[in-house]
Design a protein around this ligand. Structure first.
Ligand SMILES: Nc1nc2c(ncn2[C@@H]2O[C@H](COP(=O)(O)OP(=O)(O)OP(=O)(O)O)[C@@H](O)[C@H]2O)c(=O)[nH]1
Ligand SMILES: [Zn+2]
Length: 287
């Protein structure tokens, strides 16, 4: 059968088929030597001596290291309007890292019930006009479009501590809280122990039990490719005078023109320049 790995605890694997049935499985020695399977991997498993044995890992579309999850469809950037404050700089850094991992970013603006400062409201509307899918939520006002976003997908959440990630999952799937607490208890671990290797069924989809992109590590992104990871820039790429334009100081830059016209939010461009500077400084240091 073809199934997906949803949990790995040392050498024990939990598989789930497309109907939601679970199976305990082990690996054949052959695979163990070749590559390390991850939660999210689609596998071929066979029944041998009354147990399921994983024989083959199917090709991945992507793979994160922390949490160790493969085949992620989307990353939800969970960002509150207050405590902690709304931060476009963080959203823009996270979306670059998400895009560079081959994953689709989505923005979930939480705690809207606490009131939104005019400056933050403007920033949020800029995202809403852009290509990223944006959903606003708040206590007692679960956006109906939120219910379907996880369905049939593998999702990773990211965002600052206190932004409302657990609250969001609990609202989408009231049994989620219980499930996570029970697994922690069963393992004799504290509530905050990270496991890095489990996908939880939530609202018809699978969600990684550990937030991703917490290290804000740009070390594997080159100056040349950075712009291709900024969703707002995509319509303008390939239109600059120079083929190798990095949209910094070059004349005839389609990205800068779009910023001047107001088609790309200025904040987005300034955040891009800051990330670019981090990448360029790093290069100098290692030369
Ligand atoms: N008013 C209001 N409070 C919220 C909302 N969402 C979350 N909170 C509160 O914000 C606090 C933090 O929420 P959590 O869901 O624990 O945040 P988290 O992102 O999971 O935080 P970590 O587990 O530290 O990563 C809690 O006290 C929640 O009750 C919301 O939409 N409105
Ligand atoms: Zn350019």
């Amino acid at each position: 059968m073809i199934a997906r790995i949803i949990r790995i605890i040392s050498k024990e694997y939990t598989l789930m088929d497309d109907k939601g049935n679970r199976y305990d499985a082990i690996l054949t020695g052959k695979i163990r030597m070749q590559m390390k399977p991850a939660a999210g991997d689609l596998v071929e498993a066979v029944r041998l001596d009354h147990r399921w044995v994983v024989e083959k890992i199917l090709p991945r579309i992507n793979k994160l290291i922390r949490p160790s999850v493969a085949n992620i469809d989307q990353a939800l950037i969970v960002m509150s309007v207050k405590s902690p404050d709304f931060s476009p700089a963080l959203i823009d850094r996270l979306s670059v890292l998400i895009m560079s991992s081959g994953i689709q970013p989505m923005l979930i603006v939480t705690k809207c019930d606490l009131g939104i400062e005019p400056d933050f409201e403007e920033r949020i509307e800029e995202y809403e006009r852009g290509p990223m899918h944006v959903i606003r939520t708040g206590k007692g006002s679960l956006d109906p479009s939120l219910a379907g976003i996880l369905e049939g997908k593998i999702s990773v959440l990211t965002g600052q501590t206190g932004a409302g990630k657990s609250t969001l999952l609990n609202e989408l799937e009231p049994s989620f809280h219980l499930a996570t607490q029970e697994t922690s208890k069963a393992l004799g671990r504290g509530k905050h122990t990270t496991r890095h290797n489990e996908l939880h069924p939530v609202a018809g989809g699978l969600v990684a039990d550990t937030p991703g992109f917490s290290s804000l590590d740009f070390s594997r992104i080159s100056a040349q490719e950075l712009a291709s990871y900024v969703p707002d820039f995509l319509p303008y790429l390939g239109q600059c005078r120079f083929n190798d334009c990095i949209h910094q100081n070059e004349p005839g830059c389609a990205v800068k023109d779009a910023v001047e016209r107001g088609d790309i939010p200025r904040v987005r461009y300034e955040d891009y320049l800051q990330i670019m500077q981090m990448i360029q400084n790093r290069k100098e240091r290692y030369l």
